[in-house]
Design a protein around this ligand. Structure first.
Ligand code: F6R
Length: 356
């Protein structure tokens, strides 16, 4: 597969996931517009904690927002990817359910529990049972329209959840930062999209490097959820085994876990997402970690992320990883849109109740 052959790329992507990826900056703007027009009850600003519910592609936006506002949000934020809520979630918690389809059973189960605990609630979805529940219980609903798969709606989930926290009075207005991020992504999109040749296209270069290999992406702080996003996109889009690690924890265990099986060493590519905004010790740590791993014969690739603040860096690096997964799907000869195992499992779960 020649990544500079546009027809071949399009033929490998009949569902048009590449076109959906290009909508990222536009989704950010549209999601921000929806959030700006949403009024929330004033008591939401008194929440003593935030819990964001969601799975997979709909969870990643919450994870990113949590990491981006860590310096400005005065209350703790938890992202919950499960059926049950921790005991700490109660009437003073703002619980945000994020589900693209509005049909994800883990998210619905946790949201039902949040309703019964009298939490302050909001829902982010395109419809489904989540929208129905929100309407029935008079819960603020941030509804958006998106015909593609959930993982391609990342711009909506980030801007809607960030906007929701702003409208609740829990974080400052980020309109200016959002505008700056959109401009950065529009410029980056021109370099990353299918028409941009490999020689200038970092995403195509990364995909080529990863063909036939196992990526392990590691990052710190606000880029930790991005490392996870890269992993999940390599899984879902390119059908590739991929893993992620978080610094500084990585240095306390995983750094030793690359010796065996010996044959696997040449299969691994370690990708380090490097930010100028990390804690100064984390910057040093990232460099030393890469040096040690390289000296053990492992391939380590550093990605210096672009952006003038944490929001820009996180969104720019999500964009890069998304396109890299699209091109890796092309090199693997797999349809980036279809997720047959994921869909089959969801169907089987939907047609059974309880444990069996
Ligand atoms: C599919 C995808 C999945 C879904 C997840 C939850 O593109 O990314 O990870 O996001 O199965 O489904 P929703 O988003 O509908 O709640």
């Amino acid at each position: 597969m020649d990544l500079d052959n546009r027809e071949a790329l399009r033929a490998n992507d009949p569902g048009g996931l590449g076109a959906r990826m290009a909508e990222f900056p536009g989704q950010l703007l549209e999601g921000w517009r929806i959030a700006r027009a949403t009024d929330l009850p004033s008591r939401y600003g008194d929440a003593t904690a935030v819990a964001i519910l969601g799975m997979g592609g709909s969870a990643i936006g919450g994870g990113l927002v949590k990491a981006i506002v860590t310096d400005s949000c005065p209350v703790p934020i938890q992202d919950i990817r499960d059926y049950r809520l921790p005991a700490a979630v109660g009437p003073h918690t703002l619980v945000i359910a994020s589900s693209h389809s509005g049909e994800t059973e883990e998210t619905l189960s946790a949201f039902e529990e949040a309703i019964s605990r009298g939490a302050r609630l909001a829902a982010v979805t395109t419809g489904g049972r989540l929208a129905e529940m929100a309407r029935k219980h008079d819960i603020p609903l941030l509804e958006f329209t998106h015909p593609g798969p959930p993982r391609a709606a990342i711009g909506f989930s980030v801007s809607l959840i960030l906007g929701l926290l702003w409208r609740a009075g829990l974080v400052p207005n980020a309109s200016t930062e959002m505008k700056g991020a959109v401009a950065l992504l529009e410029r980056a999109g021109a370099r990353l999209q299918e028409e941009s040749p490999t020689a200038q296209n970092r995403a195509k270069q990364i995909a080529q490097m990863l063909q036939g290999r196992i990526p392990v992406i590691y990052a710190a702080e606000h880029l930790s959820p991005v490392a996870r996003r890269w992993k999940t996109q390599f899984n879902e889009v390119a059908k590739t085994a991929a893993f992620f690690e978080i610094l500084p924890e990585f240095d306390h265990n995983a750094i030793e876990g690359t010796g065996f099986p010996e044959a696997a060493q040449s299969d691994l590519v370690l990708i380090s997402l490097v930010s100028a905004f990390y804690h100064e010790r984390s910057i040093r740590r990232a460099r030393l970690t890469a040096e040690i791993l390289s000296s053990r014969g492992l391939q380590v690739e550093g990605v210096d992320v672009e952006g003038d603040n944490r929001l820009e860096e996180a969104l720019w690096s999500v964009f890069l990883g998304d396109y890299a997964s699209l091109y890796l799907a092309a090199l693997n000869g797999v349809d980036p849109h279809f997720t047959p195992n994921l869909d089959s499992l969801k169907q089987q779960m939907a047609h059974s109740e309880g444990a069996d």
